[in-house]
Design a protein around this ligand. Structure first.
Ligand SMILES: *Cc1c(COP(=O)(O)O)cnc(C)c1O
Length: 450
């Protein structure tokens, strides 16, 4: 392997990074990860740390999941690629679709449209939502509703329903007809409401207001994450998603659950929708579907939506959408093996237990360090702390300080993710109690260092 400084220089010279200023990798060279085993990663300088990020919310089963690696290798030998555009399919994708149908049966989802990742899944769901209404003769239903603070990937459709200016401003104008309502974010909200249940009701009222203002018969779908992830881990009150479901049903608006993070166990339930007792009309999945080992995703579709497409006799239901890698046989083989391991290991049980441990650990750190203004999570293994420079005014922390905390935490043995003023944890769901403690101890050292 080339020497560390050489690699950093070449990286700065030739690689543009997502979600970073191109000039930044010169000033702050990123960690060069060269290996990973279990829940630990190693870098080019020889550090070995517990991965509190789980890759990017996706490596739920850790880095040493042999059945997935074997399935990928075997599929590459047998059939490395063939398209599933009209006219051909493959046996791996058929088997996976059948298994997903069983897995998502309690969510009322039975058909799968395959993609190459989360942004693709979001784009697919938005398109199918518009088409669904056109097939039914309601061509005027074209708008989308979503939550401020929501994250739905970075395609133009997804960026348009995203609720964070960082992913929008530089790329405007975005898709017309996308409208955002306040997120049930207790720590900061326009209502100054600190009670989660009352806040959920206020946000639901805002949704109803906006629907009335836009006209329900102009709206195709509402898209939301069951627990907001990249926006800073915002779990709503348990009444919120059922409330959204009810309002959408009343007004003929499809509910799209963006479960790119929450499907397959992260919330402590098999899906985020199931966690809240809701059946969506479509569900976007990706990330953990192959444990991060292959870029892949699926939009799961409910019976009542599928029947509209399948029963169409006008030709309007022909799907003019798809990706070269939709239904990739290697991705499908990886997903089949991943699903089997996910079920065999019963990952939601450990996600709930370790998630509670991390959440409790965050609360203890909050008692110790005034820089921590808010601690969120408690729904499985999604945990965040929001840092402030002043608890009373909630003034956000400066970038330098949070960066220094992250750096010191890394040196003390744990990779954590910084997103705006938040430190976010989304470790592999197979994390042990000791490994969770390692992350907490490293964070403690990180805070002590500033
Ligand atoms: C990560 C994410 C996406 C985008 O997925 P990509 O695979 O990065 O395209 C979409 N929605 C949610 C909720 C996500 O967390």
């Amino acid at each position: 392997m080339k020497d560390s400084n050489f690699l950093k220089e070449m990286n700065a010279r030739s690689v543009w990074h997502p979600m970073a200023h191109p000039a930044d990798s010169q000033a702050n060279p990123p960690t060069i990860v060269t290996g990973a085993q279990g829940v630990r990663i190693t870098d080019v300088d020889g550090h070995e740390v517990v991965d509190g990020v789980g890759g990017l919310w996706n490596v739920n089963l850790g880095f040493s999941c042999q059945p997935i690696k074997d399935a990928i290798a075997a599929q590459l030998d047998r059939l490395p690629y063939y398209s599933i555009f009209r006219g051909t399919t493959n046996d791996a994708v058929i088997q996976l679709a059948e298994e997903l149908r069983d897995f998502f049966e309690p969510d009322g989802l039975s058909r799968a449209f395959f993609t190459s990742g989360g942004s693709d899944s979001v784009e697919t769901s938005l398109r199918l939502a518009r088409q669904y209404h056109k097939i039914r003769g309601e061509a005027g239903r074209v708008k989308f509703m979503s939550l401020k603070k929501g994250y739905h990937g970075t395609h133009f459709g997804g960026a348009s329903v995203n609720g964070n200016a960082n992913f929008r401003t530089a790329y405007e104008p975005l898709l017309a007809g996308c409208h955002h309502i306040p997120a049930p974010y207790t720590y900061r909200n326009p209502f100054n409401e600190t009670d989660p249940e009352r806040l959920a009701q206020l946000c639901l009222s805002a949704l109803e207001d906006e629907i009335a203002f836009q006209g329900a018969n102009t709206i195709a779908a509402m898209i939301m994450e069951p627990v907001l992830g990249a926006g800073g881990v915002i779990p709503p009150h348990e009444s919120f998603m059922p409330g959204v479901r009810e309002i959408c049903s009343q007004h003929g608006i499809l509910l799209i659950a963006d479960e790119v993070i929450t499907a397959f166990g992260r919330t402590g339930s098999w899906s985020g929708s199931r966690h809240w007792g809701v059946q969506p009309d479509m569900m976007c999945t990706a990330k953990a579907i192959t444990n991060g080992y292959f870029p892949f995703g699926a939009v799961m579709i409910a019976d009542q939506v599928a029947e509209v497409f399948e029963g169409d006799e006008t030709g309007r239901a022909a799907i003019g959408h798809g990706y070269t890698y939709s239904g990739h046989p290697v991705g499908a083989a990886a997903a089949i093996a991943c699903l089997a391991e996910t079920i065999r290991l019963d990952v939601p049980t450990n996600a709930a237990a370790r998630g509670a441990q991390l959440h409790k650990g965050f609360k203890a750190l909050m008692d110790k360090y005034d820089l921590i203004g808010d601690v969120r999570g408690g729904e499985g293994m999604m945990t965040a702390m929001e840092l402030v420079s002043d608890r009373a005014t909630k003034a956000p922390i400066d970038k330098g300080t949070i960066g220094a905390i992250q750096e010191a935490t890394y040196r003390a043995g744990a990779m954590v993710r910084v997103s705006g003023p938040n430190i976010i944890l989304s470790p592999p769901l197979i994390l042990s109690e000791d490994e969770a403690d390692t992350i907490l101890t490293a964070l403690d050292a990180g805070f002590a260092s500033v």
